[in-house]
Design a protein around this ligand. Structure first.
Ligand SMILES: Cc1ncc(COP(=O)(O)O)c(C=O)c1O
Length: 494
Protein backbone atom coordinates (compact mmCIF):
# COMPACT_ATOMS: atom_id res chain seq x y z
CA UNK A 1 0.00 0.00 0.00
CA UNK A 2 1.87 3.05 -1.26
CA UNK A 3 0.79 6.63 -1.02
CA UNK A 4 1.52 9.44 -3.46
CA UNK A 5 5.04 10.75 -3.06
CA UNK A 6 3.97 14.14 -1.78
CA UNK A 7 1.73 12.87 1.01
CA UNK A 8 4.05 10.83 3.21
CA UNK A 9 7.13 12.37 4.71
CA UNK A 10 9.44 11.78 7.63
CA UNK A 11 10.74 15.34 7.67
CA UNK A 12 10.44 16.89 11.13
CA UNK A 13 6.81 17.83 11.57
CA UNK A 14 7.74 21.13 13.21
CA UNK A 15 9.33 22.38 9.99
CA UNK A 16 12.86 21.72 8.82
CA UNK A 17 15.60 24.32 8.99
CA UNK A 18 17.77 22.29 6.60
CA UNK A 19 17.55 23.97 3.23
CA UNK A 20 21.06 23.97 1.74
CA UNK A 21 24.14 21.72 1.47
CA UNK A 22 25.79 23.97 4.08
CA UNK A 23 22.91 23.20 6.46
CA UNK A 24 23.37 19.51 5.71
CA UNK A 25 27.06 19.81 6.61
CA UNK A 26 26.23 21.28 10.00
CA UNK A 27 23.90 18.34 10.58
CA UNK A 28 26.43 15.61 9.77
CA UNK A 29 27.24 13.55 12.83
CA UNK A 30 30.97 13.67 13.48
CA UNK A 31 31.74 16.48 11.04
CA UNK A 32 34.15 18.05 13.56
CA UNK A 33 35.69 14.85 14.86
CA UNK A 34 39.45 15.03 15.37
CA UNK A 35 41.61 12.03 14.57
CA UNK A 36 45.24 11.29 15.47
CA UNK A 37 48.07 11.73 12.99
CA UNK A 38 51.45 10.06 12.76
CA UNK A 39 53.25 13.13 14.13
CA UNK A 40 51.27 12.94 17.38
CA UNK A 41 48.93 15.83 16.57
CA UNK A 42 45.25 15.64 15.77
CA UNK A 43 43.20 17.19 12.98
CA UNK A 44 39.60 17.36 11.84
CA UNK A 45 38.84 14.19 9.94
CA UNK A 46 38.34 14.83 6.25
CA UNK A 47 35.84 12.29 5.09
CA UNK A 48 36.19 11.56 1.38
CA UNK A 49 34.88 8.01 1.32
CA UNK A 50 31.20 8.77 0.87
CA UNK A 51 30.82 6.40 -2.09
CA UNK A 52 31.50 3.55 0.32
CA UNK A 53 29.28 4.71 3.17
CA UNK A 54 28.24 8.13 4.37
CA UNK A 55 28.10 9.43 7.91
CA UNK A 56 24.68 9.81 9.49
CA UNK A 57 22.59 12.95 9.48
CA UNK A 58 21.74 14.22 12.95
CA UNK A 59 17.99 14.62 12.18
CA UNK A 60 17.97 10.94 11.20
CA UNK A 61 19.37 10.11 14.65
CA UNK A 62 16.79 12.41 16.25
CA UNK A 63 14.03 10.64 14.35
CA UNK A 64 15.28 7.27 15.54
CA UNK A 65 15.63 8.55 19.10
CA UNK A 66 12.02 9.72 19.05
CA UNK A 67 10.90 6.45 17.52
CA UNK A 68 12.81 4.09 19.81
CA UNK A 69 10.48 4.55 22.84
CA UNK A 70 7.69 3.37 20.53
CA UNK A 71 9.73 0.58 19.02
CA UNK A 72 7.95 -2.74 18.89
CA UNK A 73 7.71 -5.69 16.54
CA UNK A 74 5.52 -4.86 13.55
CA UNK A 75 2.51 -6.36 11.77
CA UNK A 76 1.45 -9.00 14.24
CA UNK A 77 1.44 -7.26 17.63
CA UNK A 78 -1.82 -5.95 19.05
CA UNK A 79 -0.53 -3.47 21.61
CA UNK A 80 -0.45 0.28 21.00
CA UNK A 81 3.30 0.39 20.38
CA UNK A 82 3.04 -2.37 17.85
CA UNK A 83 0.21 -0.58 16.07
CA UNK A 84 2.19 2.64 15.99
CA UNK A 85 5.41 0.94 14.88
CA UNK A 86 3.52 -0.86 12.12
CA UNK A 87 2.00 2.39 10.89
CA UNK A 88 5.41 4.09 10.88
CA UNK A 89 7.21 1.16 9.23
CA UNK A 90 4.60 0.82 6.49
CA UNK A 91 4.73 4.56 5.90
CA UNK A 92 8.53 4.32 5.64
CA UNK A 93 8.04 2.03 2.63
CA UNK A 94 5.74 4.64 1.08
CA UNK A 95 8.26 7.42 1.63
CA UNK A 96 11.04 5.46 -0.07
CA UNK A 97 8.73 4.61 -2.98
CA UNK A 98 7.90 8.30 -3.32
CA UNK A 99 11.61 9.16 -3.34
CA UNK A 100 12.12 7.24 -6.60
CA UNK A 101 8.77 8.23 -8.08
CA UNK A 102 7.30 4.74 -7.81
CA UNK A 103 3.69 4.35 -8.87
CA UNK A 104 1.76 3.54 -5.68
CA UNK A 105 -0.86 1.65 -7.67
CA UNK A 106 1.49 -0.89 -9.21
CA UNK A 107 4.85 -0.84 -7.45
CA UNK A 108 5.98 -2.36 -4.19
CA UNK A 109 8.87 -1.34 -1.94
CA UNK A 110 10.77 -4.18 -0.31
CA UNK A 111 13.16 -3.43 2.53
CA UNK A 112 16.30 -5.54 2.50
CA UNK A 113 19.71 -5.20 4.12
CA UNK A 114 21.43 -3.34 1.26
CA UNK A 115 21.67 -3.13 -2.52
CA UNK A 116 23.58 -6.40 -2.71
CA UNK A 117 20.75 -8.26 -1.02
CA UNK A 118 18.24 -6.52 -3.29
CA UNK A 119 20.02 -7.63 -6.48
CA UNK A 120 20.32 -11.16 -5.15
CA UNK A 121 16.61 -11.19 -4.42
CA UNK A 122 15.72 -9.91 -7.86
CA UNK A 123 18.00 -12.43 -9.59
CA UNK A 124 16.63 -15.22 -7.39
CA UNK A 125 13.05 -14.22 -8.11
CA UNK A 126 13.43 -13.68 -11.86
CA UNK A 127 12.90 -17.36 -12.73
CA UNK A 128 15.87 -17.27 -15.08
CA UNK A 129 16.83 -20.37 -17.03
CA UNK A 130 20.44 -21.20 -17.89
CA UNK A 131 19.93 -20.26 -21.55
CA UNK A 132 18.41 -16.86 -20.70
CA UNK A 133 20.55 -13.76 -21.06
CA UNK A 134 21.16 -10.84 -18.78
CA UNK A 135 23.04 -7.88 -20.18
CA UNK A 136 25.01 -5.90 -17.69
CA UNK A 137 28.07 -3.68 -18.16
CA UNK A 138 31.77 -3.89 -17.56
CA UNK A 139 31.45 -0.95 -15.16
CA UNK A 140 29.28 -2.78 -12.62
CA UNK A 141 29.95 -3.29 -8.96
CA UNK A 142 30.26 -7.05 -8.32
CA UNK A 143 26.85 -6.78 -6.63
CA UNK A 144 25.18 -6.16 -9.99
CA UNK A 145 27.10 -8.86 -11.78
CA UNK A 146 27.69 -11.94 -9.62
CA UNK A 147 24.04 -12.46 -8.53
CA UNK A 148 23.01 -12.74 -12.19
CA UNK A 149 25.90 -15.06 -13.08
CA UNK A 150 24.48 -17.68 -10.70
CA UNK A 151 21.35 -18.08 -12.82
CA UNK A 152 22.12 -17.59 -16.49
CA UNK A 153 24.59 -16.28 -19.05
CA UNK A 154 25.65 -12.70 -18.47
CA UNK A 155 26.95 -10.46 -21.24
CA UNK A 156 29.10 -7.55 -20.12
CA UNK A 157 28.62 -4.51 -22.26
CA UNK A 158 31.90 -2.79 -23.04
CA UNK A 159 32.81 0.76 -22.16
CA UNK A 160 34.14 3.57 -24.31
CA UNK A 161 36.35 6.51 -23.49
CA UNK A 162 36.04 7.86 -19.95
CA UNK A 163 34.35 4.62 -18.94
CA UNK A 164 30.98 5.35 -20.55
CA UNK A 165 28.86 2.34 -21.53
CA UNK A 166 28.92 1.40 -25.22
CA UNK A 167 25.29 2.14 -26.07
CA UNK A 168 25.64 1.19 -29.74
CA UNK A 169 26.82 -2.25 -28.65
CA UNK A 170 23.82 -2.49 -26.32
CA UNK A 171 21.44 -1.79 -29.18
CA UNK A 172 23.19 -4.42 -31.32
CA UNK A 173 23.04 -7.00 -28.54
CA UNK A 174 19.36 -6.33 -27.86
CA UNK A 175 18.60 -6.90 -31.54
CA UNK A 176 20.84 -9.94 -31.86
CA UNK A 177 19.46 -11.67 -28.76
CA UNK A 178 15.87 -10.38 -28.85
CA UNK A 179 13.64 -12.78 -26.95
CA UNK A 180 16.52 -14.30 -24.98
CA UNK A 181 17.47 -11.18 -23.03
CA UNK A 182 15.39 -11.12 -19.85
CA UNK A 183 17.04 -8.25 -18.02
CA UNK A 184 19.30 -5.34 -18.70
CA UNK A 185 20.95 -4.68 -15.34
CA UNK A 186 22.86 -1.42 -15.27
CA UNK A 187 24.30 0.80 -12.63
CA UNK A 188 22.73 4.25 -12.38
CA UNK A 189 26.18 5.68 -11.64
CA UNK A 190 29.57 4.02 -11.55
CA UNK A 191 31.28 3.72 -8.18
CA UNK A 192 34.61 3.95 -10.02
CA UNK A 193 34.29 6.73 -12.60
CA UNK A 194 31.10 8.38 -11.34
CA UNK A 195 29.65 8.17 -14.87
CA UNK A 196 25.83 8.18 -14.86
CA UNK A 197 24.14 5.91 -17.36
CA UNK A 198 21.25 7.21 -19.50
CA UNK A 199 18.83 4.84 -17.79
CA UNK A 200 15.62 6.01 -19.47
CA UNK A 201 17.09 5.69 -22.96
CA UNK A 202 18.39 2.22 -22.07
CA UNK A 203 14.94 1.41 -20.65
CA UNK A 204 13.25 2.26 -23.97
CA UNK A 205 15.54 -0.06 -25.95
CA UNK A 206 15.22 -2.74 -23.29
CA UNK A 207 11.42 -2.64 -23.37
CA UNK A 208 11.43 -2.66 -27.19
CA UNK A 209 13.40 -5.90 -26.98
CA UNK A 210 10.85 -7.38 -24.58
CA UNK A 211 13.17 -7.32 -21.55
CA UNK A 212 13.09 -5.55 -18.18
CA UNK A 213 15.51 -3.01 -16.81
CA UNK A 214 17.05 -3.06 -13.35
CA UNK A 215 18.89 0.04 -12.17
CA UNK A 216 21.46 -0.36 -9.40
CA UNK A 217 20.97 3.04 -7.81
CA UNK A 218 23.40 2.52 -4.92
CA UNK A 219 25.60 5.36 -6.22
CA UNK A 220 22.91 7.33 -8.03
CA UNK A 221 20.30 7.72 -5.32
CA UNK A 222 22.44 9.82 -2.93
CA UNK A 223 23.28 12.28 -5.70
CA UNK A 224 20.51 12.58 -8.28
CA UNK A 225 16.73 12.65 -8.54
CA UNK A 226 15.34 9.30 -9.67
CA UNK A 227 12.03 9.02 -11.51
CA UNK A 228 10.88 5.49 -12.24
CA UNK A 229 8.19 7.00 -14.55
CA UNK A 230 4.71 5.56 -15.15
CA UNK A 231 4.52 1.96 -16.34
CA UNK A 232 3.09 2.99 -19.70
CA UNK A 233 6.07 5.27 -20.41
CA UNK A 234 8.54 3.26 -22.55
CA UNK A 235 11.41 4.82 -20.59
CA UNK A 236 10.15 3.65 -17.19
CA UNK A 237 12.43 1.77 -14.84
CA UNK A 238 11.13 -1.67 -13.85
CA UNK A 239 13.32 -2.19 -10.78
CA UNK A 240 15.51 0.08 -8.70
CA UNK A 241 17.67 -0.74 -5.66
CA UNK A 242 19.43 1.54 -3.19
CA UNK A 243 21.30 1.43 0.13
CA UNK A 244 20.54 3.60 3.16
CA UNK A 245 24.14 3.52 4.39
CA UNK A 246 25.15 5.53 1.32
CA UNK A 247 22.36 8.02 2.05
CA UNK A 248 23.15 9.29 5.54
CA UNK A 249 21.20 6.56 7.34
CA UNK A 250 23.73 3.78 8.04
CA UNK A 251 21.41 1.50 9.97
CA UNK A 252 21.25 -1.58 7.80
CA UNK A 253 18.50 -1.07 5.25
CA UNK A 254 18.31 -1.18 1.49
CA UNK A 255 15.27 -1.03 -0.74
CA UNK A 256 14.20 -2.86 -3.87
CA UNK A 257 11.37 -1.16 -5.72
CA UNK A 258 9.54 -2.92 -8.54
CA UNK A 259 6.20 -4.13 -9.85
CA UNK A 260 4.03 -5.74 -7.16
CA UNK A 261 2.71 -8.17 -9.81
CA UNK A 262 6.24 -9.49 -10.39
CA UNK A 263 6.57 -10.39 -6.73
CA UNK A 264 3.00 -11.72 -6.48
CA UNK A 265 3.96 -14.54 -8.80
CA UNK A 266 6.06 -17.48 -7.62
CA UNK A 267 7.37 -18.30 -4.16
CA UNK A 268 9.64 -15.89 -2.28
CA UNK A 269 13.37 -16.67 -2.25
CA UNK A 270 13.62 -16.60 1.55
CA UNK A 271 10.89 -18.25 3.57
CA UNK A 272 9.92 -18.19 7.23
CA UNK A 273 7.86 -15.91 9.43
CA UNK A 274 5.91 -13.04 7.94
CA UNK A 275 5.82 -14.26 4.36
CA UNK A 276 2.66 -16.34 4.63
CA UNK A 277 -1.08 -15.91 4.84
CA UNK A 278 -1.74 -19.44 5.96
CA UNK A 279 0.28 -22.61 6.55
CA UNK A 280 -0.86 -26.17 7.02
CA UNK A 281 1.39 -29.19 7.16
CA UNK A 282 1.02 -29.67 3.43
CA UNK A 283 0.10 -26.23 2.10
CA UNK A 284 1.45 -22.67 2.18
CA UNK A 285 -0.39 -19.58 0.99
CA UNK A 286 1.99 -16.65 0.47
CA UNK A 287 1.32 -13.17 1.77
CA UNK A 288 1.35 -10.19 -0.62
CA UNK A 289 4.48 -8.13 -1.31
CA UNK A 290 6.28 -6.50 0.33
CA UNK A 291 5.57 -8.81 3.33
CA UNK A 292 6.04 -11.88 1.16
CA UNK A 293 9.58 -10.74 0.35
CA UNK A 294 10.66 -9.55 3.82
CA UNK A 295 11.12 -12.86 5.60
CA UNK A 296 11.61 -12.77 9.38
CA UNK A 297 11.48 -9.80 11.73
CA UNK A 298 12.38 -6.73 9.67
CA UNK A 299 14.86 -4.01 10.52
CA UNK A 300 12.21 -1.51 11.59
CA UNK A 301 14.63 1.12 12.84
CA UNK A 302 16.72 0.89 9.68
CA UNK A 303 13.60 1.43 7.57
CA UNK A 304 12.53 4.44 9.62
CA UNK A 305 16.04 5.87 9.33
CA UNK A 306 16.05 5.49 5.54
CA UNK A 307 12.66 7.19 5.25
CA UNK A 308 13.87 10.02 7.46
CA UNK A 309 17.03 10.46 5.37
CA UNK A 310 15.28 10.55 2.01
CA UNK A 311 12.74 13.03 3.40
CA UNK A 312 15.56 15.35 4.40
CA UNK A 313 17.32 15.00 1.03
CA UNK A 314 14.02 15.66 -0.74
CA UNK A 315 13.31 18.73 1.35
CA UNK A 316 16.69 20.20 0.38
CA UNK A 317 16.08 19.07 -3.21
CA UNK A 318 18.02 16.45 -5.15
CA UNK A 319 18.58 19.00 -7.92
CA UNK A 320 20.11 21.42 -5.41
CA UNK A 321 22.34 18.62 -4.12
CA UNK A 322 23.35 17.65 -7.68
CA UNK A 323 24.24 21.26 -8.53
CA UNK A 324 26.31 21.60 -5.35
CA UNK A 325 28.22 18.39 -6.02
CA UNK A 326 28.78 19.28 -9.68
CA UNK A 327 30.27 22.64 -8.68
CA UNK A 328 32.48 20.93 -6.11
CA UNK A 329 33.73 18.44 -8.71
CA UNK A 330 34.61 21.35 -10.99
CA UNK A 331 36.54 22.93 -8.13
CA UNK A 332 38.31 19.65 -7.35
CA UNK A 333 39.29 18.73 -10.90
CA UNK A 334 40.60 22.18 -11.66
CA UNK A 335 43.03 21.77 -8.77
CA UNK A 336 43.81 18.11 -9.32
CA UNK A 337 44.59 18.63 -13.01
CA UNK A 338 47.45 20.94 -11.97
CA UNK A 339 49.15 18.30 -9.84
CA UNK A 340 52.04 16.72 -11.73
CA UNK A 341 52.24 13.01 -11.22
CA UNK A 342 48.56 12.52 -10.38
CA UNK A 343 46.72 10.36 -12.93
CA UNK A 344 42.98 10.87 -13.12
CA UNK A 345 40.56 8.30 -14.51
CA UNK A 346 37.09 8.75 -16.00
CA UNK A 347 35.59 12.13 -16.92
CA UNK A 348 37.64 15.13 -15.86
CA UNK A 349 35.20 17.78 -17.12
CA UNK A 350 31.46 18.25 -17.80
CA UNK A 351 30.20 16.77 -14.58
CA UNK A 352 26.43 16.98 -15.14
CA UNK A 353 26.36 13.23 -15.68
CA UNK A 354 29.05 12.26 -13.21
CA UNK A 355 28.48 11.78 -9.47
CA UNK A 356 31.12 12.80 -6.96
CA UNK A 357 33.66 10.03 -7.35
CA UNK A 358 37.30 10.95 -8.03
CA UNK A 359 39.54 8.00 -8.95
CA UNK A 360 43.28 8.59 -9.26
CA UNK A 361 46.78 7.26 -8.80
CA UNK A 362 50.03 8.93 -7.94
CA UNK A 363 52.82 8.00 -10.36
CA UNK A 364 55.38 5.61 -8.93
CA UNK A 365 53.44 4.96 -5.74
CA UNK A 366 51.27 1.99 -4.86
CA UNK A 367 47.61 2.95 -4.49
CA UNK A 368 47.52 1.42 -1.00
CA UNK A 369 50.54 3.46 0.05
CA UNK A 370 48.95 6.71 -1.13
CA UNK A 371 45.74 5.88 0.71
CA UNK A 372 47.68 5.05 3.88
CA UNK A 373 49.65 8.31 3.76
CA UNK A 374 46.48 10.34 3.22
CA UNK A 375 44.98 8.68 6.29
CA UNK A 376 47.93 8.64 8.65
CA UNK A 377 49.63 11.94 7.78
CA UNK A 378 46.64 13.88 6.45
CA UNK A 379 43.68 12.62 8.47
CA UNK A 380 41.86 12.03 5.19
CA UNK A 381 39.59 9.04 4.72
CA UNK A 382 39.67 7.61 1.19
CA UNK A 383 39.63 4.10 -0.21
CA UNK A 384 41.95 2.20 -2.52
CA UNK A 385 41.93 -0.98 -4.55
CA UNK A 386 39.35 -2.13 -7.05
CA UNK A 387 36.23 -1.07 -5.12
CA UNK A 388 34.37 -4.34 -5.78
CA UNK A 389 34.60 -3.75 -9.53
CA UNK A 390 37.75 -5.64 -10.39
CA UNK A 391 37.13 -6.21 -14.12
CA UNK A 392 36.41 -2.51 -14.68
CA UNK A 393 39.32 -1.15 -12.67
CA UNK A 394 41.74 -3.51 -14.42
CA UNK A 395 40.26 -2.41 -17.75
CA UNK A 396 40.77 1.28 -16.94
CA UNK A 397 44.34 0.50 -15.87
CA UNK A 398 45.02 -1.39 -19.13
CA UNK A 399 45.92 -4.60 -17.31
CA UNK A 400 46.68 -7.26 -19.93
CA UNK A 401 45.16 -10.77 -19.71
CA UNK A 402 48.64 -12.14 -18.90
CA UNK A 403 49.10 -9.67 -16.06
CA UNK A 404 45.61 -10.46 -14.85
CA UNK A 405 46.47 -14.17 -14.70
CA UNK A 406 49.62 -13.43 -12.77
CA UNK A 407 47.79 -11.23 -10.24
CA UNK A 408 45.13 -13.89 -9.81
CA UNK A 409 47.77 -16.56 -9.23
CA UNK A 410 49.55 -14.37 -6.70
CA UNK A 411 46.33 -13.69 -4.81
CA UNK A 412 45.61 -17.42 -4.67
CA UNK A 413 49.12 -17.84 -3.21
CA UNK A 414 48.30 -15.31 -0.49
CA UNK A 415 50.04 -12.32 -2.02
CA UNK A 416 47.94 -9.21 -2.73
CA UNK A 417 50.87 -6.84 -2.78
CA UNK A 418 50.82 -6.37 -6.56
CA UNK A 419 47.08 -6.18 -7.09
CA UNK A 420 46.38 -3.23 -9.37
CA UNK A 421 44.09 -0.52 -8.12
CA UNK A 422 43.37 3.14 -7.67
CA UNK A 423 42.70 5.60 -4.90
CA UNK A 424 39.15 6.94 -4.72
CA UNK A 425 38.07 10.17 -3.09
CA UNK A 426 34.32 10.62 -3.03
CA UNK A 427 32.16 13.51 -1.95
CA UNK A 428 28.69 13.75 -0.48
CA UNK A 429 25.97 16.39 -0.40
CA UNK A 430 27.64 18.03 2.62
CA UNK A 431 31.22 18.08 1.31
CA UNK A 432 32.81 21.45 0.69
CA UNK A 433 35.90 23.12 -0.70
CA UNK A 434 37.83 22.68 2.55
CA UNK A 435 37.66 18.89 2.05
CA UNK A 436 39.04 19.20 -1.47
CA UNK A 437 41.74 21.65 -0.34
CA UNK A 438 42.90 19.17 2.30
CA UNK A 439 43.14 16.39 -0.30
CA UNK A 440 45.00 18.54 -2.81
CA UNK A 441 47.44 19.80 -0.18
CA UNK A 442 48.31 16.25 0.88
CA UNK A 443 48.63 15.06 -2.71
CA UNK A 444 51.01 17.95 -3.40
CA UNK A 445 53.10 16.78 -0.47
CA UNK A 446 53.07 13.18 -1.66
CA UNK A 447 54.08 14.09 -5.22
CA UNK A 448 56.99 16.19 -3.81
CA UNK A 449 58.10 13.24 -1.69
CA UNK A 450 57.31 15.14 1.52
CA UNK A 451 56.36 11.98 3.35
CA UNK A 452 57.30 11.62 7.00
CA UNK A 453 56.45 8.02 7.87
CA UNK A 454 58.14 4.74 7.10
CA UNK A 455 55.55 2.46 5.57
CA UNK A 456 55.50 -1.30 5.36
CA UNK A 457 53.24 -3.38 3.14
CA UNK A 458 51.39 -6.45 4.37
CA UNK A 459 51.77 -9.06 1.65
CA UNK A 460 48.54 -10.85 2.58
CA UNK A 461 46.27 -7.80 2.42
CA UNK A 462 48.28 -5.49 0.20
CA UNK A 463 47.71 -2.61 2.64
CA UNK A 464 50.38 -0.35 4.10
CA UNK A 465 50.86 0.71 7.71
CA UNK A 466 53.14 3.38 9.14
CA UNK A 467 55.83 2.35 11.59
CA UNK A 468 55.00 3.64 15.06
CA UNK A 469 51.36 4.50 14.35
CA UNK A 470 49.40 2.51 16.89
CA UNK A 471 46.50 4.68 18.01
CA UNK A 472 44.62 3.67 21.13
CA UNK A 473 41.12 3.27 19.68
CA UNK A 474 39.59 3.02 23.14
CA UNK A 475 40.64 6.65 23.76
CA UNK A 476 38.24 7.63 20.95
CA UNK A 477 35.52 5.06 21.40
CA UNK A 478 35.36 3.76 24.94
CA UNK A 479 33.39 0.65 24.07
CA UNK A 480 36.24 -0.85 22.03
CA UNK A 481 36.38 -4.53 22.77
CA UNK A 482 39.66 -5.65 24.22
CA UNK A 483 40.48 -9.11 22.93
CA UNK A 484 42.42 -11.51 25.12
CA UNK A 485 45.98 -11.79 23.84
CA UNK A 486 46.66 -14.70 21.53
CA UNK A 487 43.09 -14.93 20.22
CA UNK A 488 42.93 -14.52 16.44
CA UNK A 489 39.93 -14.38 14.20
CA UNK A 490 39.54 -17.14 11.64
CA UNK A 491 40.06 -14.50 8.91
CA UNK A 492 43.43 -13.59 10.45
CA UNK A 493 44.75 -17.13 10.63
CA UNK A 494 47.41 -17.75 8.01
C1 LIG B 1 27.32 0.89 -7.74
C2 LIG B 1 27.19 0.03 -6.51
N1 LIG B 1 26.35 -1.01 -6.55
C3 LIG B 1 26.17 -1.80 -5.49
C4 LIG B 1 26.87 -1.58 -4.33
C5 LIG B 1 26.65 -2.50 -3.18
O1 LIG B 1 26.04 -1.80 -2.16
P1 LIG B 1 25.86 -2.46 -0.74
O2 LIG B 1 27.24 -2.73 -0.25
O3 LIG B 1 25.15 -1.44 0.04
O4 LIG B 1 25.10 -3.69 -0.92
C6 LIG B 1 27.77 -0.52 -4.25
C7 LIG B 1 28.55 -0.31 -3.03
O5 LIG B 1 29.56 0.34 -3.02
C8 LIG B 1 27.92 0.30 -5.37
O6 LIG B 1 28.76 1.34 -5.35
Amino acid sequence: MLRPSNSTSFAPLSGSTIATPADLRREIVGIDTNVPLLDGTERRYVFLDNAASTPALRPVLRCIEEFVPWYSGVHRGTGFKSLLATEVFDAAHDVVGGFVGADPATQTVIFMKNTTECVNKLANRAALRPDDLVITTLMEHHSNDLPWRRHCRVIHLGTLEEGRPDLAQLQRLLKEYAGRVKFVAVTGASNISGVCTPVHEIARWTHDAGARIFVDAAQLAPHRRIEMLPDDDPGHLDFVALSAHKMYAPFGTGALIGPAAFFESGPPDAVGGGVVEVVTLDHVEWNHPPHKEEAGTPNVIGGVALASAVSILTSVGMDVIAAHETALLEYAYEKLAKLHGVMLYGPTSHFEDKVGVIPFNVGGKHHALVAAILGVEGGIGVRNGCFCAQPFVKHLLNVTPEEDHRFTREVLEGNKSNMPGMVRASIGCYSDESDIDALVEMLERITRGDIHGKYRQDRATGSYSAEGFHPDFSRFFPYTIIRPTGVRRHSEAS
